[in-house]
Design a binder for this molecule. Structure first.
Ligand code: TXA
Ligand code: MG
Length: 319
């Protein structure tokens, strides 16, 4: 049976209050929500997504004061980031309080928290009366949903309700910054740029600098992720084009390249925000076009280009 789709946050809040699963729109991607303080409800998220339990969930709240119930005293840097970027596509990893069930954080001593910049999502959280744990509303490892129909396609028979909040404005997931240790660490590039974060709190370590220090990679940051069913490969314009029905995912592309059966130009004007907003929808439409291979060009490694490149690199990772 396919889940009902509603526009009414009160209906979806009822589902969450009763321990069910409601998918909902945020400004980044659709989330698959449950009461974050109810371990049984949260375990249904992992089941529905077929997500391994070592991958921690983000907890969504509607007001900054709710953070104090979930995390121990946020640092000055955390306060600065909340004031500057919330509501918005930024998740802060803080040391958790015991009220947060272990299943939410995959047993970690920290919890990721954010306030979404989507009025309907905040209304849902307010009406549910609890923090809402939500990963992206896709099957584990596949492309994240940016429209209610994407959720219905992949998880329609695994959720209790879908709250339709329209297409997602940002289109890539939140940036995850870990503030639980001595220095801030970028765990995942996303909708808030590293440049903006560093302008607010100074230098942030990135995964590359951490890996050089041989620390463990961030939990849940599996290399293979965001997979299309059609193989996707990173490609440079000077590389050869393979034989077969080939798709191209690019930006600012010259029109009419006959080597490709289908070309999706994420932003003819070269605007990274437009490109990010269109990325996952484009990956889905190329995946549905009966192609042998999807080639994807890299974006500049600045601003939102970092998040786009991260998703493309993971989509291209095999095995
Ligand atoms: O934009 C978003 O963040 C979307 C919407 C729905 O809010 N959510 C989302 O959730 O992308 P998900 O589960 O697909 O990705 C959450 C990622 C985890 O894979 C992990 O990398 C990181 O956030 N994360 C969560 N809690 C963490 C923690 N305690 N420590 C380190 N990383 C954490
Ligand atoms: Mg995800």
């Amino acid at each position: 049976m396919t889940a009902p789709i509603t526009n009414d946050p009160a209906e979806a809040a009822d589902v969450i209050r009763r321990g069910g699963l409601a998918a909902f729109a945020t400004e980044t991607v659709y989330g698959l929500g449950a009461n974050a303080l109810d371990a049984a409800a949260v375990s249904r998220i992992f089941e529905a997504k077929q997500r391994p339990e070592f991958d921690p969930l983000i907890v969504h709240v509607a007001r900054p004061e709710a953070v104090d119930e979930l995390a121990v005293e946020a640092s000055q840097a955390a306060r600065a980031l909340m004031a500057r970027f919330w509501p918005g596509p930024l998740t802060l990893v803080l040391r958790k309080r015991s009220i947060v069930p272990d299943i939410v954080t995959a047993g970690l001593e920290t919890v990721g928290i954010r306030i979404p910049d989507h009025a309907q999502a905040r209304e849902l959280i307010r009406l549910a009366g609890c923090p809402v744990a939500a990963p992206s509303a896709n099957l584990f490892g596949l492309v994240s949903p940016t429209q209610a129909a994407h959720v219905a396609d992949q998880l329609g028979d695994r959720v209790d309700m879908i709250l339709d909040g329209g297409p997602c404005r940002v289109g890539v997931e939140s940036t995850v910054v870990d503030l639980s240790g001595a220095v801030p660490i970028l765990r995942r590039p996303g909708g808030t740029t590293l440049e903006a974060i560093e302008s607010a709190i100074g230098p942030v370590q990135t995964a590359t600098t951490i890996l050089q220090g041989a620390a463990a990679p961030a939990p849940g940051m599996l290399d293979r992720h965001y997979s299309t069913r059609t193989p996707l490969r990173l490609w440079r314009p000077e590389d050869p084009v393979p034989m077969g029905r080939i798709g191209l995912l690019t930006w600012c592309a010259p029109a009419g390249d006959t080597r490709f059966a289908k070309v999706v130009d994420l932003s003819p004007e070269g605007d990274l925000a437009c490109a990010a907003a269109a990325l996952f929808g484009a990956m889905r439409s190329l995946d549905a076009a009966g192609l042998d291979v999807i080639l994807a060009t890299r974006f500049p490694e600045t601003g939102l280009g970092r998040a786009i490149n991260d998703r493309l690199r993971r989509a291209a990772a095999r095995g």
